[in-house]
Design a binder for this molecule. Structure first.
Ligand code: ATP
Ligand code: MG
Length: 431
């Protein structure tokens, strides 16, 4: 038994240990940087483990996005061991060790937070401080899902499992550690993480965990708008945006994130609103598969297009001109959206530009189209027009016209342009 702050807090559990021959993690699949960190900590006499997403992904035969290391060395001791490191984090200090482009995150085992004795780490069921050092068997309980709480011990290459995570890896199951209701309430971002991991890994959410999600969805309101933006990037730019969207709707989380979009989706006209949003997300997934650039500005424009357009139509019905109506409606839907998710200004301004360029794409007289081509947002606005056409809006002819116009590009206008530049940039290439 262990005494913490003078109180008996929990029993020290025995982990299951899977020796090297009982799992498939090979040092060959661990990055050079992470291996250097693991070995140097071990050789200095510290505990040294790989943890979290990297262990999970290695066990699944997937390539980890990054490698996180945990140790019993304090951040200061880690800093002393690695000249190429710096300490970060206010709430909890940890070290970033840099090897060229790779950053290995090294954190010190964390201890438990208390909600029963006024130690002050949990208020109203939510974690407010998380900065007590601990041991490996304490650290495990502050992690979210069992599959994210496996430790790979570099000392003997075994996998250490306190939470039956190996079983959940084998049965493809996302399960919160401990009491699900309490763990979701402690940090509601876990609601989104459950959906994100299930979708990305192709896992199911265990019924005891999943059953709480819809009921707790509104607790996302407690999360800072900045953190929600970060989480949205992880959910919608990982190549599984469409499936994530479906699952978020299934668990009634989507309406907490994008209430205006959800509202528009409930006003179906021949499937249009759904098709439009789904096509935008599929488009993002496809671009990522093809290694093409993606931007939150474009996706934001797509997610809010339906509510923006409806509001603009209302303004026009009251006599406002089209451009003013789009500008005003754009301001309104964006300010409502950013009260939930702190989308940085560069992305909201891109969304506004894309919207405002839609009616301008319809004006094709004189030299207007030539000038449009030189607009830095032209490509995004044109892609957006294609998306509208694909989704059944009546802009097919216009979209085809622009495709054709770019193909046979500007014969008459070129005098103003530098001739060398023109020759170097082949026709039809992205502008
Ligand atoms: P990804 O592949 O998306 O990076 P990951 O599992 O590495 O997945 P991170 O967000 O990088 O996820 O977090 C690393 C680890 O930290 C997780 O595996 C988990 O153990 C722990 N963790 C992260 N966020 C939370 C949270 N909100 N609550 C509890 N544990 C968390
Ligand atoms: Mg990670």
């Amino acid at each position: 038994m262990n005494k913490i702050h003078g109180k008996v807090s929990y029993l020290r559990p025995q982990p299951a240990i899977f020796p090297r021959e009982e799992h498939n993690i090979s040092t060959k699949n661990i990055s050079d940087g992470a291996l250097k960190v693991l070995y140097r900590l071990k050789n200095a006499g510290y505990a040294s483990y790989l943890v979290g997403g990297s262990v999970r992904d290695l066990l699944l035969g997937r390539e980890p996005k990054d490698f996180d290391v945990v140790t019993d060395a304090t951040p200061q001791q880690v800093r002393e061991l690695f000249r190429n490191s710096r300490l970060i984090g206010r709430r909890f200090r940890l070290a970033h060790v840099r090897f060229g482009d790779e950053i290995v995150e090294v954190s010190t085992f964390r201890g438990p937070h208390h909600d029963d004795n006024g130690a002050g780490h949990i208020v109203d069921g939510r974690i407010i401080r998380d900065n007590v050092y601990g041991t490996i068997d304490e650290d495990v309980w502050r992690r979210d899902f069992t599959v994210n709480a496996l430790f790979y011990n570099i000392a003997d290459e075994s996998v250490v499992d306190y939470v039956n995570g190996m079983d959940d890896i084998k049965s493809c199951c996302i399960r919160l550690i401990g009491d699900p209701r309490r763990r979701f309430t402690e940090d509601p971002v876990r609601l989104l993480r459950a959906v994100r991991f299930a979708t990305k890994l192709g896992f199911r959410i265990s019924p005891d965990t999943g059953t709480h999600i819809s009921g707790l969805a509104s607790s996302l309101k407690e999360i800072s708008t900045a953190r929600l933006f970060e989480e949205c990037l992880k959910m919608f730019f990982n190549g599984y945006a469409l499936q994530t969207f479906e699952q978020l709707r299934h668990y009634e989380l989507f309406k907490e994130l994008f209430p205006q979009t959800e509202e528009a989706l409930t006003h179906q006209h021949g499937g249009f609103p759904y098709t439009f949003v789904a096509n935008a997300l599929r488009n993002t997934d496809n671009r990522l598969t093809q290694n093409k650039p993606v931007t939150p500005g474009f996706l934001l424009a797509a997610l809010l297009w339906l509510p923006m357009d409806r509001l603009a139509q209302n303004h026009m019905a009251q006599g406002m001109n089209e451009m003013d109506a789009i500008i005003l409606a754009g301001d309104i839907v964006i300010s409502r959206q950013t009260s939930t998710i702190a989308v940085p200004r560069r992305f909201t301004s891109m969304a506004r530009d894309i919207w405002q360029m839609q009616p301008r794409l319809a004006r094709r007289s004189h030299r207007r189209p030539h000038r449009m081509l030189e607009n830095p947002r032209f490509r995004a606005a044109y892609d957006f027009l294609l998306l509208r056409a694909e989704s059944g809006e009546d802009v097919n002819e216009l979209a085809e016209w622009w495709t054709e116009f770019q193909r046979n590009k500007p014969d008459q206008k070129s005098h103003s342009r530098n001739r060398r530049n023109r020759r170097r940039r082949p026709r039809g290439r992205k502008v």
